[in-house]
Design a binder for this molecule. Sequence first.
Ligand SMILES: CC(C)(COP(=O)(O)OP(=O)(O)OC[C@H]1O[C@@H](n2cnc3c(N)ncnc32)[C@H](O)[C@@H]1OP(=O)(O)O)[C@@H](O)C(=O)NCCC(=O)NCCS
Length: 331
Amino acid sequence: MHKGKIRGVRITGLGKHLPERKLTNADLEKMVNTRDEWIVTRTGMKERYIAGPDEPTSSLSLQAARKALARAGVEPEQIDLIIVATVTPDMFFPSTACLVQAGLGAKNAAGFDLEAACPNFVYACAVGSQFIATGMYDCVLVIGADTLSKIINWEDRNTCVLFGDGAGAAVLQPCPDDRGFLSFSLGIDGSGGEFLKIPAGGSRCPASHESVERRLHTIHMNGPEVYKFAVRSMPDAAIDSLARAGMKTEDVDLLVPHQANLRIIEAARKRLGLPPEKVFVNIEKYGNISGASIPVALTEAEEQGLLKEGSIVVLTAFGAGYTWGACTLRW
Ligand SMILES: CC(C)(COP(=O)(O)OP(=O)(O)OC[C@H]1O[C@@H](n2cnc3c(N)ncnc32)[C@H](O)[C@@H]1OP(=O)(O)O)[C@@H](O)C(=O)NCCC(=O)NCCS
């Protein structure tokens, strides 16, 4: 067996939830010095959804989770483990997983939050799968959810046009046949940490009047540096994951990449030699919703009938840290 390869775990239900309020590029033109044409040509984004003041990550998570559970035919009491993968938890503690557990009434569940930036959903699937593969648990609820609008500097045009809010959830259960997760490829490189971060609010720079005045609790990003990393890491992770499953890019039926920038997705597609119809794109509707990006895309791919039984699906993502993660599934 290849290193990193596991068997016997598949996604049995998917669900997504987006907030009601839509923010278009035209709306952003009224907020900062930007243009619809710049945003569309540089990123592919046209609109994104923004959570309300009383809508934290846990509330988007709950709604996505309920839909995924319904599709899987699973009751909250059956859930053994809840993993909420997010960079925007409701609070430092309790974990967002605890809040979701209480909201669902999942009285038999353990749970925790996981933070690996935008590849969060892939990481959470990798972690959740281990519990099922070892036989410790039978039902794991994995949620990728973020409310990035809450940590954006809305006066910084370099970042505020890029992000949105949303949640996606998946139910993982044992699978006796050869479907499900075939392999994972995960990695981090902390030397890229400077290029995408929230400098304050943690133990290094606790909240103070000065940190708030200097907007240190918001996203700080060097876009071109992150771009260079992204176009390399997303296809590399996909290729490595495929190799671990004993496959090549020719075997891929559908690639579901992290939706951070259409140009990054296009560069990855070309590097992998895939035709456009094999790459799922919905960035125009949502912008970059971080950990929710892949589960929302996967849910939509299923709704559109693109996930056929037996088809080979690859998820791949990059993010702050740097982090990257990909996995190969037989649907
Ligand atoms: C951010 C990003 C879209 C910028 O695109 P780019 O082609 O690299 O553009 P640049 O950063 O070179 O900026 C070009 C110009 O546009 C300007 N600009 C930046 N944001 C703008 C906006 N919203 N509207 C109009 N102009 C903007 C810049 O100020 C710069 O102007 P200058 O040349 O006068 O200094 C791109 O670098 C990117 O997507 N990087 C990866 C970011 C990412 O994915 N982050 C999340 C990781 S999970």
